[in-house]
Design a protein around this ligand. Structure first.
Ligand code: NAD
Ligand code: UD1
Length: 337
């Protein structure tokens, strides 16, 4: 089966392409490289022995999408392409709505015209806003607190409306919790451009000497050690969640919503300590005020994914830290240009 993978050169998309190839699917990557490097394609080939087809382009380019869909018989789409930095989305909301929502409109119009109606969408736990309780179930109320989150929520709503209008569509909304880790080979991982926004790449950069210390945002949350708790999930498990979702979606119309997480929360200090064990040395940190917009605790109820997809996260916190460290220490500056 041919799977069009928008954003397939990015962190989660590229590792999902590895797993797709290993599972016998043929990914076709569609990416404009606005937040990724071309050398990632070499790494996919090195790991799998197969070079995925690459179409360099923007999902807002209807002509190129139409050409792509005319040239290749696409069975399903995994739609990763999007901008993802919360702070940047506050500063540049139009860019986020245009790329994430507008880009998805163009993609959906092209898919509708081509008769491709199976799509898996990269959503986020951010759509739950500040949850009333944890663990979070898929039917909890939604509500985003920043433009990035709103692009995810709006896209989810548009996709649900499309299914409502045309029941031939199969749409799967995957709400990722906090993806971390790297391919166990150390050849592929997260390569944030500029200053990272998320905890794990920041810790990894302290460990590799690119950054002096970690700033812990708040130690006065109502959690056991006072620091924020999140559901960190290994990117390999997340990639496998997409394979399970794809198998589930094929021939199953409707809107399907799944949390992809481990079902367990880990604190900021817990992550730091686990990473210290992985890299074998203490990592400097300082405590600062809470980051505006942060919630105290957020982790998934994963029973639905387990029941309906037959998928659970298998890798441990130790795996997440060891694999991140292997990737970061052997590629201290990320992928080559
Ligand atoms: P990433 O930035 O590494 O990958 C996104 C890819 O999409 C990049 O290769 C980028 O070049 C490409 N892209 C962006 N806009 C495009 C466009 N208009 N046309 C073509 N390509 C375009 O991000 P990631 O961490 O791999 O995340 C993938 C998806 O998962 C995103 O939609 C993100 O919002 C979502 N998500 C990520 C996280 C996370 O923590 N990483 C959490 C929840 C949801
Ligand atoms: C953030 C985004 C969320 C997005 C997710 C994945 C915000 C408010 N939320 O979530 O929308 O879906 O990333 O991309 O930005 N931390 C520190 N020091 C740091 C960085 C983070 O202590 O330098 C703490 C945070 O306070 C939090 C935890 O680490 O408790 C995880 O932070 P982060 O990796 O940014 O993820 P989220 O806040 O869960």
């Amino acid at each position: 089966m041919n799977i069009l993978v928008t954003g397939g050169a990015g962190y989660i998309g590229s590792i999902t392409c590895v797993r797709l190839i290993e599972a016998g699917f043929t990914p076709i990557i569609f990416d404009n490289f606005c937040n990724s490097k071309r050398t990632v394609i070499d790494r996919i080939e090195r790991i799998t022995g197969k070079r995925p087809l690459l179409i360099e382009g923007d999902i807002r380019d209807r002509t190129l999408l139409d050409q792509t869909l005319a040239q290749h018989k696409i069975d399903a789409v995994i739609h990763f392409a999007g901008l993802k930095a919360v702070g940047e989305s506050v500063a540049k909301p139009l860019a986020y709505y245009e790329n994430n929502v507008g880009g998805t409109f163009t993609l959906l119009q092209a898919l509708e015209a081509a008769g491709v109606r199976t799509l898996i969408f990269s959503s986020s736990a951010t759509v739950y806003g500040d949850p009333a309780s944890v663990p979070i179930l898929e039917d909890f109320p939604t509500g985003a607190t920043n433009p990035y989150g709103r692009t995810k929520l709006m896209t989810e709503e548009v996709l649900s409306d499309i299914v409502h209008a045309n029941p031939a569509w199969s749409v799967t909304l995957l709400r990722y919790f906090n993806p971390v880790g790297a391919h166990p080979s150390g050849l592929m991982g997260e390569d944030p451009q500029g200053i990272p926004n998320n905890l794990m790449p920041l810790i990894a950069q302290v460990a590799v000497g690119r950054r002096e210390k970690l700033t812990v945002f708040g130690n006065d949350y109502p959690t056991p050690d006072g620091t924020g708790m999140r559901d960190y999930i290994h990117v390999m498990d997340l990639a496998d969640g997409h394979i399970a979702a794809l198998r589930h979606a094929i021939g199953k119309p409707g809107t399907h919503i799944f949390n992809l997480g481990t079902g367990r929360g880990q604190s900021v200090l817990g992550m730091l300590t686990a990473f210290e064990r992985a890299c074998g040395r203490p990592l400097a940190h300082t405590i600062a005020a809470r980051r505006p917009g942060d919630v105290a605790a957020c982790w998934a109820d994963t029973a639905k994914a387990e029941r309906e997809l037959g998928w659970t996260a298998k890798l441990s916190l130790e795996d997440m830290c060891a694999d991140t460290w292997r990737w970061q220490s052997s590629n201290p500056n990320g992928y080559a240009d």
